[in-house]
Design a protein around this ligand. Structure first.
Ligand SMILES: *Cc1c(COP(=O)(O)O)cnc(C)c1O
Length: 389
């Protein structure tokens, strides 16, 4: 037997903070407890049938069985350009400003390899989607965390980043509508980001995974709608949450041509693109009837209302989100994120995510995903009530 020693890259990863909750979940499962899992951000509703049908038809065509283009089929990238025009009134050159991804996570994880040299800094929000920080670490960069605070509507304070850090910063990751806080961006904030990026030569990566999940008539904006945004950055998008396609693995990045090309160059050395039949299904998703999306949003909105109303009645402090399928809930006085999550699981069989798992600034919160049906959510409220939390 040889000695298998992991790289420093893996050894130095931050501790996995969901380990304890995973262990408790497994234990509760073994004890036969009926668990309600509000932990994972993975839609419970199925992919709409017309999208599955498009995959079926495309899979039957042998022309789709070979290696696809690294950067995406022209037809898919053209459909993305049309979608951006329709949805955000943003013009994109499908040949230079769009790259197809194996889910947006793949692109987010790989993009630091295109720009970060050892010692370069990336500005990342805390709490935040963990992949931003991990991707930067894998590229031997350093992450500087910008806290997302309630008093700033969960937008980072760019003026608070020390000059010395700004000088070393090469990239910045932001995400609105936001996972996990469900905060949303304003035009003014995006304008501020563009000026900051221009003044300091920072490449902006905006993760727009949740722009289509919004309620009460609210329409989230794209970073690329902001004047000058396409000069400083790119936007990551995904069909995962919009069309309940998390398992399909398809997304895309759009924006500044040189940045898109550099990401494409990394990818062409690592993967070989997305199965064409899945790209055809993606076209069907973006160009087909959007009634499915309206229904999805209606369902999340009524789930949100049940849970927010129930939690507020029980004395919790929680804002009603305008977008995303997450509730970001302040923990009761005297509790930590971990202790709250642990008590909900062991006493009530409810899995939630402790906020500190998304970064230090998430301490004091838990995240709930609205990915179980209304009946179960009513039961969540009953169970929390019955344990006297
Ligand atoms: C779910 C999620 C993604 C990843 O989506 P895929 O396209 O399925 O890889 C990216 N960013 C955020 C913030 C997410 O919550």
């Amino acid at each position: 037997m040889i000695r298998i020693e992991k790289s420093d890259r893996l050894k130095n990863l931050p501790p996995y903070l969901f380990k304890e909750i995973d262990r408790q979940k497994e234990e509760a499962g073994k004890r036969g407890i009926d668990i309600i899992d509000l932990g994972v951000g993975d839609p419970d509703m199925p992919t709409p049938p017309h999208i599955i049908e498009a995959l079926h038809m495309a899979a039957l065509n042998p022309g789709n069985h070979r290696y696809p283009s690294y950067t995406g089929m022209d037809d898919f990238n053209k459909a993305v350009a049309r979608w951006y025009k329709r949805r955000f009134n943003v013009d994109l050159d499908y040949k230079k400003e769009i790259v197809t991804l194996i889910g947006s996570k793949e692109g987010i994880a790989h993009i630091p390899l295109a720009f970060i040299n050892p010692g370069d800094v990336a500005l990342v929000t805390s709490p935040g989607y963990p992949v931003y920080d991990i991707g930067v670490r894998f590229a031997d960069g350093q992450t500087y965390f910008m806290d997302l605070l309630k008093e700033n509507n969960f937008l980072p304070d760019l003026d608070a980043v020390p000059d010395e850090i700004v000088g070393k910063a090469k990239m910045m990751f932001i995400n609105y509508p936001n996972n996990p806080t469900s905060g949303v961006a304003t035009d003014e904030f995006f304008q501020e980001v563009v000026s900051f990026a221009k003044a300091n030569n920072i490449i902006v990566c905006h993760d727009a995974a949740y722009t289509e999940l919004a309620f009460d008539g609210y329409r989230p904006i794209s970073f690329l709608e902001t004047e000058g945004a396409k000069e400083v950055g790119i936007e990551f998008h995904s069909l995962s949450k919009t069309y309940n396609m998390t398992g399909w693995r398809i997304g895309f990045a759009v924006g500044r041509a040189e940045a898109i090309q550099a990401l494409g160059q990394v990818k062409s050395n690592i993967d070989s693109g997305v199965f064409q039949a899945i790209q055809m299904a993606g076209i069907a998703a973006m160009e087909g009837d959007q009634t499915c999306l309206k229904e999805t949003n209606r369902e999340y909105a009524s789930r949100r209302d049940i849970l927010v109303e129930g939690l507020v009645n029980l004395g919790f402090s929680v804002q009603k989100p305008k977008a995303t399928f997450y509730l970001w809930i302040e923990v009761p006085q005297g509790y930590s994120s971990a202790k709250t999550a642990s008590r909900l699981l062991t006493e009530a069989g409810i899995v939630v995510t402790p906020g500190n798992g998304f970064g230090a600034a998430g301490e004091g919160y838990i995240r709930i995903a609205l990915t179980v049906d209304k009946e179960r959510l009513k039961e969540v409220i009953e169970r929390i009530n019955s344990i006297g939390f």
